[in-house]
Design a protein around this ligand. Structure first.
Ligand code: 2P0
Length: 317
């Protein structure tokens, strides 16, 4: 039996940066993202006669990533399951701040559910994806997606789909290597050491409300304002952690200046940056070419990837 699924990474406009106390991998607050179209992870799951699961990532055996994948398979299928060979391929750099764990684990739960005919609900699968990687739950949906954090659980809801507000995203890659510290470890460090951490958490509901309203009213200026502010607040929490967590490089800063000069020329564009040095510029369709060309010409940019807003995690042939 062989099953394939594909999912796209998402980029957060209101960020997840902090886990809930009490173990597990529940986020401390809600978050809000857009799912990308042109970046993808494809997962092939195949029943195996071996005694252990196995994992190949982009053509190379990846035993160091296997425990997390096996745990996710256990959560979907139960621990008394057959062993599975997992093949994961992505068309973008992984572990580099481009949310590869979001596309990987959302595709994994969709494929695992099909492999054994479990037919679990969307909310159960989203929960399992989110337990494996907090941001993965958001890639279960396409378009503009909110992860709503209730007092005892989280759930996913789509705010608008890609057709309802067809914004575009240019991803400026400024380094392709693995990030210096993983997101999970970095979040825990921020919670323990940043003097700004509690005020960061306390203002998240406010930013979520602003972002949600700006999407529902298609207010690009308002979405730009809250997204840039939320991104800079998250990085302020990271920078004020001990030791500091600095994912940016000089290309990151140059990209921010490029976005500011595009804004000064009247283009509808704003930036966001995640746990890595890449800059994501979200723009109106009519500014796509100008934003792409300006970012490609920016010092430190290795390449710029264009994307529309994408679809949900799904089975593929
Ligand atoms: C986000 N990030 O909202 C934020 C912004 C990075 C910066 O979610 O520990 O790989 O697996 O739950 O989902 C990246 O963290 O973290 C992330 P875990 P994940 O997209």
């Amino acid at each position: 039996m062989r099953v394939s699924a594909q999912a796209q990474p998402n980029i957060a406009l209101v960020k997840y940066w902090g886990k809930r106390d009490g173990g597990g991998n529940l986020p401390a607050t809600g978050s809000l993202s857009v799912t990308l179209e042109s970046l993808w992870t494809r997962m092939i799951l195949q029943s195996s006669k071996h005694r252990k699961d196995s994992l190949t990532v982009n053509g190379v055996s990846a035993p160091e990533m296997l425990p997390r994948v096996s745990r996710c398979l256990d959560s979907v299928l139960g621990s008394n399951r057959e062993r599975i060979h997992v093949v994961s391929d992505s068309n973008f750099p992984i572990e580099a701040g481009l949310a590869s764990s979001a596309s990987a684990f959302s595709a994994l739960v969709i494929a695992a559910n099909r492999l054994t005919g479990k037919n679990l609900s969307f909310s159960a699968l989203s929960r399992f994806a989110g337990e494996a990687s907090g941001s993965a739950a958001r890639s279960m949906c396409g378009g503009f997606v909110e992860l709503v954090a209730d007092s005892d659980n989280v759930h996913i809801q789509q705010i608008a789909d890609a057709e309802e507000w067809p914004l575009e995203v240019i991803v400026a890659i400024t380094a392709e290597g693995k990030k210096p510290v993983g997101s999970g470890e970095a979040m825990i460090r921020s919670a323990k050491t940043s003097p700004f951490y509690s005020s960061w958490l306390n203002r998240q509901d406010h930013d979520l409300k602003l972002a949600r309203t700006s999407i529902l009213t298609r207010d690009f200026e308002a979405l730009a304002f809250v997204s840039e502010r939320n991104c800079l607040k998250m990085h302020s929490v990271m920078w004020s952690s001990r030791p500091p967590i600095v994912y940016w490089n000089s290309g990151t800063l140059d990209c921010l200046q490029t976005v500011r000069s595009l804004q000064a020329k009247g283009h509808g564009v704003f930036f966001t940056i995640d746990a890595g040095p890449q800059v994501k510029a979200i723009c109106l369709p009519e500014s796509r070419q100008a934003v792409h060309d300006a970012l490609v010409a920016t010092n430190g940019v290795i390449k710029a990837i264009r994307s529309k807003i994408g679809p949900p995690a799904r089975l593929i042939l």
